[in-house]
Write a new protein. Structure first.
Length: 239
């Protein structure tokens, strides 16, 4: 007994636990996406249930002006569901990109052209990055991963969790868009303080001052990941 043995025992336990979680969720690209979206949807549902919302929302109607927006949202929903079908990596990437681009169109219809441009740029960049990674990975590895089947125990569990996560996200978005407009808010204060942030408008201030640091961190993480992947591919460790 001693600190050295305890250290090695804890490392062995963490390795086994990590392998167990990896075997449960992370099998292919689709399950990697589900491993993020499903817990996120469940957390959203928990937050919705814990938030008092009595008499806070009003139910509206869909008019002629909303038909185009509803169609684009339907395209995004179909593309999102379509990511559960293909096994080929490139096909899956293109369908996921279709969902992202359709959401960019939704942002444009909602009156946020700057957000739509950023979404389209990010979607294009990540699609090109994934295509570059697929081009570098060995074809045999991609074919082997595409051939991995779904165990019988997950054929019912995964759709149920996916539907629960989707309903949770839908309720949150629907509730946020259905909340009546507040007479007094902080929007006027943000508009007034925009020049003090050395910005011409409040959107620029938010994207440059607040989102800028977050985006820089995300780009750093992606860059480090791709540098590590390039090093592994150059040394032939993934072949």
């Amino acid at each position: 007994m001693g600190p050295e043995r305890f250290y090695f025992w804890s490392i062995a336990f963490l390795n086994r636990f990590s392998d167990l979680i990896h075997g449960i969720e992370v099998r292919d690209l689709r399950t990697r996406i589900a491993a993020v979206l499903v817990p996120g949807g469940l957390l959203i549902v928990a937050g919705l249930l814990a938030t008092p919302a009595r008499d806070a929302y009003t139910l509206g109607v869909i008019g002629r002006d909303d038909v185009a927006l509803a169609l684009v949202l339907a395209v995004a929903a179909v593309a999102a569901l379509g990511t559960t079908l293909p096994r080929h990596h490139l096909t899956l990437l293109l369908i996921a990109s279709a969902a992202g681009f359709s959401l960019a169109v939704v942002y444009a219809f909602m009156g946020g052209p700057d957000v739509a441009l950023v979404a389209a740029l990010v979607e294009t960049t990540f699609a090109l990055l994934f295509i570059g990674v697929f081009a570098l990975l060995p074809r045999a590895s991609l074919r082997r991963l595409s051939a991995i089947g779904t165990p019988r125990s997950r054929r019912l569990r995964d759709p149920v969790l996916g539907v629960a996560a989707g309903l949770g996200a839908f309720l949150v978005v629907w509730g946020a868009l259905s909340r009546p407009v507040v007479g007094e808010g902080v929007a006027e204060e943000h508009l007034r303080l925009a020049p003090e942030a050395h910005a011409k408008d409040v959107v620029t201030a938010i994207l440059a001052d607040f989102r800028g640091l977050d985006t820089a961190g995300e780009i750093t993480v992606v860059a480090v990941a791709f540098v590590g992947l390039a090093a592994l591919l150059r040394r032939g460790r993934l072949r």
